[in-house]
Design a protein around this ligand. Structure first.
Ligand code: NDP
Ligand code: OXD
Length: 309
């Protein structure tokens, strides 16, 4: 009766410590140490090596240690019958909101342009936006997008959101489904992507979508690199339709050294750090689900296999 942590970064010990702190009796193993394969019932994963999970024959479910689960669906060897859970966490949502708000203010006040001008010793001021001038649109009003939407409203931004189903959030104009996407885009000057990466949302940030935004719009992608068609973003910035983009996520991470995004003056890059699961904040829900599984109760934050999120 044990949990195995499978990830390829340096956070395994941190997760182990956070879980053991709640229940020191719990058997928690790193996949890198000697561990009883047949006793493993839960795999707590983040970008695990493909193929590895099929060796745990007594697995009851797979827990993503992040909000996203696309990397689990991408591993064709993951047994199809296993439930998948994901992280829904207040701190994760607040961190994302703070990140996006910082990026929006950067855009509003041209801070990146000034940083660039500083490197060339250029003294020249630019017109700036005010909060009241700007219409902000969020693709995805889920655990993260809905918190961001409420925070943007508190700041006074004119805010709209697009999701699969209609939402009722105070101060937000809600658009739903493919039929309402064009209306949502028509006035959105800052477009934020917080969608899960699924068959339906892959490559959604493409030329055809960008063309429907007003001239000068800014793109923020903090969801997944697979949402964006990189070459079409560059084309639409270079032809002047878009003013620029702020990207936290990429097709291949780390972003490859020669990628055109690195040197593009109108593209801001952060290294997939918008919001990162805090082990102490998230560990209680991992343990809660472990007990639920033991008691045969429904798991929290189950992913829909059909929808892929
Ligand atoms: P949720 O599943 O809670 O929300 C997803 C939202 O997207 C929902 O509102 C859903 O609509 C909407 N949606 C899904 N598919 C479609 C579609 N085809 N058309 C329209 N709307 C759609 O996810 P989270 O908010 O928790 O996370 C979103 C993503 O953010 C994660 O999947 C992950 O990729 C990324 N992320 C990035 C981080 C970073 O550091 N850069 C950190 C954490 C997450 P409905 O509500 O109607 O179902
Ligand atoms: C997540 C992420 O999905 O960090 O949680 O990207």
């Amino acid at each position: 009766m044990a949990i195995v942590i499978v990830r390829q970064d340096d956070k395994i010990l941190l997760w182990k410590k956070a879980l053991k702190q709640i229940n020191p009796e719990l058997q928690v193993y790193s996949f890198l140490e000697d561990h009883p394969i047949n006793e493993i019932e839960v795999a707590l994963v983040w970008k695990h090596p493909a193929g590895i999970l099929s060796k745990y024959h007594n697995l009851k479910y797979i827990a993503s240690s992040g909000a996203g689960v696309d990397f689990i669906f991408e591993d064709a060897s993951v047994p199809k019958h296993l439930p998948i859970t994901r992280v829904v966490d207040k701190m994760l949502a607040n961190d994302m909101s703070e990140y996006i708000i910082a990026v929006i203010f950067n855009f509003l006040k041209n801070l990146n342009s000034y940083k660039l001008m500083q490197t060339k010793a250029i003294w020249s001021s630019k017109p700036y936006y005010r909060i009241c001038d700007l219409k902000v649109g969020i693709l995805g009003l889920g655990a993260l997008g809905s918190v961001l939407a409420k925070d943007l409203v508190k700041f006074g931004f004119n805010t709209r959101g697009w999701s699969a189903s209609q939402k009722n959030i105070d101060g937000i104009r809600s658009y739903a489904g493919k039929e309402q996407l064009s209306d949502f885009l028509a006035e959105t000057q800052v477009l934020i992507c917080l969608l899960p990466l699924t068959n339906k949302t892959k490559n959604i940030l493409n030329k055809q979508l960008f063309k429907q935004l007003p001239k000068g719009a800014h793109i923020i992608n903090a969801a997944r690199g697979g949402h964006l068609v990189d070459a079409e973003l560059i084309e639409m910035i270079d032809n002047g339709h878009l003013s620029g983009a702020s990207l936290d996520v990429f097709h291949k991470e780390p972003l490859e050294p020669g990628h055109l995004f690195w040197a593009h003056e109108k593209i801001n890059i952060t290294p997939h750090c918008a919001s990162v699961s805090d082990t102490d904040s998230v560990a209680p829900q991992i343990i809660e689900n472990y007990y639920r599984m033991k008691k045969g109760l429904p798991l929290l934050y189950l992913v829909s296999k059909k929808e892929g999120y």
